[in-house]
Design a protein around this ligand. Sequence first.
Ligand code: SIN
Length: 311
Amino acid sequence: MQNSASLVVVLGTGGTIAGTAASSSDDSGYTAAQLSITQLLATVPGLARVQIESEQVAQIDSKDMSHAIWQALGLRVAYHLARAEVAGVVITHGTDTLEETAYFLQRVLAPTKPVVLTGAMRPATSAQADGPCNLLDAVAVARQATDAGLNGVLAVLHGTVHGARQVRKAHPARLDAFSSGDAGPLAAVDNGVLRSLAAQGVAPASGHLPPLTAALHCPVADWPRVEIVVSHAGASGAVVRALCADGVDGLLVAATGNGTLHHEIEAALLTAQAQGVAVRRSAQGLPGAGDLSPVKARIELMLALMPPIAP
Ligand code: SIN
């Protein structure tokens, strides 16, 4: 699809990209989410030539991401994407839960215009800050992705474009912290130019699953409660039983190996399932969660259990 729209909307949510430290040599002792999206955009002179609107949706360290912010963000993204003059939306985000927000937005919006998440591994005050370059690349991708045949929710960091389904933070500190695993990235950004890697046999961005829009309208207090439990050496069923007693609606178990579960946790999960709790594992076995990581499989189960929109 040819894209004649040129406006990019940048939504700020905080993160290290908006973080500040007392010294420009301090890349670790900083506070996330200090600069506003307006201040952040002002640190990127290359954006002066681009038609941009910005909006602050949240200002948090992304470890504290909430369902309420997800819903507010989803609604703002949907609003801006519906504007004919908007080519795409960029979201600045902390890297710790960036992959979860990317997957959530992909599943609730299934957008046909690009929605590009970006962040940074170093704070804005760092002498070698990576945020400005990542933001410049993200805006370039938002403007060029449609013409390059890429759509949906993407993550752009360190010159690399990942799809929402595959992307994950694979290293706690390196500048190239993000990976698409065996699938590999979708594209690269080279000097502001998006270069698709599709010719190398890379899978499409995020599949073509229809959007699960109920999460945009259902009051957050009514969202199903889905928790993650982990199978490990010496595991017991105690956490599963405690969560069931606490009224959980769904459980996602992060399995060992090729989907194996400690027999004690498996027994507790089967009991939970018999009591009506929806149970999935992040590998094979009990109703499977496919290739999704536990945090993304949790989102998938939560959206599947979401009350339908009232007619
Ligand atoms: C955060 O996720 O908000 C802090 C860490 C980061 O952005 O790298």
